[in-house]
Design a protein around this ligand. Structure first.
Ligand SMILES: Cc1ncc(COP(=O)(O)O)c(C=O)c1O
Length: 387
């Protein structure tokens, strides 16, 4: 796979490349925002999709045993988590799955706990369902985000129904360690709080870090956890919309399936099912290469910012392909920071204030793209924020 290849994505209905007008009011920016990659997925995935297209009939599609098995094999080999096929549920995406969980296990007005700064839709999903956000902000210590466990417990104690975990954490880039996950899960168990664990970035973790599914740590944690995973971030398949959930507890699983059914969901789309199976069966080598390439992009951004933009601090991501950059030392308001990056830098990034308390003064840069784009992106960042 040639990750250096610059593939023109303009006019492909790409949110990242063709959606800047609605996002930023102009189209002529270098897009390093939306979390998808500018890489083609593994060849085997494209071949499988092509073969299906060539067949030419796209009727109703069933979930096959071989798809279930591909998922179980993947979670076992990549994450050391042996799951049972019967624990699986499917969904078009992690966002729809979290909505289902909110509707299944909370009532309007109930509190759902998040850890800001966090992926913007976490707030939106809670608010759109008329539930209340409880927030236990992460604490930035020596360039690394940590959980404030006293605060975390206080928030749980205040009557939270669901803890919505981002693991690995977007945008903080943390790959939670066993001890941290164990402490979070033990506290959730103590206060009868369900864990909705969004693990969409699970596969995007290069050594020496290791993703640990929170439900894999203990049976009693698995019993209170809904885990959401997908091949879409991992293999750049967000547009095919396919994800799965792992729900070991039968009561929780039955309830989730019932709410999905009441929303009219019954099956994955044909292309999602095919891409998912091909990716999990054949994508391992591609992923290992992609992770190396992304890591070298991260190292480049770190080095360049270190040399040329000393007032910025890169929060070194342990996982994900998203770099969270602390620009607070510049002393700019969020509006000024945004104006400089968009207008002077002509660069589309995600702006930190959208990630809730603690996100102000930060930006998020997506480096799942050819090195050439990263070099140009850093150049534009220097134009925007240098001197
Ligand atoms: C933490 C997190 N959850 C969920 C999603 C989106 O999930 P999906 O496209 O499966 O709905 C993203 C995409 O950026 C994400 O970063």
């Amino acid at each position: 796979m040639n990750f250096d290849e610059n593939i023109d994505r303009k006019n492909t209905r790409s949110l990242k490349w063709d959606g800047m007008k609605s996002g930023f009011g102009r189209e002529d920016l270098l897009p390093m925002w939306v979390a998808d990659m500018d890489f083609r997925p593994p060849k085997e995935v494209i071949d499988a999709l092509r073969e299906r297209v060539d067949h030419g009939i796209f009727g109703y599609t069933i979930i096959t045993d071989s798809l279930n098995r591909a998922i179980c094999d993947w979670t076992s080999t990549r994450h050391g988590w042996n799951i049972k096929q019967e624990w699986l549920l499917y969904s078009p995406g992690v966002i729809p799955s979290v909505h289902t969980a909110i509707q299944a296990f909370t009532d309007p007005g109930d509190k759902i706990l998040v850890q800001s700064p966090v992926y913007t839709p976490f707030f939106q999903m809670i608010e759109r369902n008329s539930r209340e956000v409880a927030n236990s902000p992460l604490v930035l210590k020596n360039g690394r985000y940590e959980v404030d466990f006293d605060d975390f417990e206080k928030k749980l104690e205040s009557g939270v129904k669901i803890f919505l975990l981002s693991s690995p954490h977007n945008p903080a880039g943390r790959v939670w360690e066993k001890e941290e996950l164990t402490k979070m899960a033990e506290l959730c168990r103590k206060y009868n709080v369900l864990i909705a664990s969004d693990e969409i970035h699970a596969d995007l973790v290069p050594a020496p870090h290791k993703h640990v599914p929170i439900a894999s740590l203990d049976e009693s944690f698995a019993d209170i956890t809904l885990t959401f995973m997908a091949p879409t971030k991992t293999f750049n398949l967000a547009g095919v919309q396919a994800s799965f959930m792992v729900v070991p507890n039968k009561k929780l699983r039955t309830k989730m399936a019932a709410v999905q059914a009441s929303d009219g969901f019954s099956m994955l789309n044909t292309f999602g099912a095919i891409a998912m199976e091909a990716a999990y069966r054949h994508g391992g080598t591609w992923l290992d290469e992609a992770l190396k390439y992304i890591r070298s992009n991260i190292d480049y951004v770190k080095a360049e910012i270190g040399s040329h933009l000393p007032d910025l601090e890169v929060i070194d991501p342990e996982g994900t392909y998203l770099i969270w950059i602390d620009c607070r030392k510049l002393g700019l308001s969020d509006a000024e920071l945004k104006k400089r990056i968009l207008e002077k830098g002509e660069l589309a990034l995600n702006f930190g204030h959208a990630y809730g308390p603690g996100g102000e003064g930060f930006v998020r840069m997506n480096v799942a793209c050819p090195k050439e784009t990263v070099i140009e992106g850093v150049k534009r960042l220097r134009t925007a924020l240098g001197e």
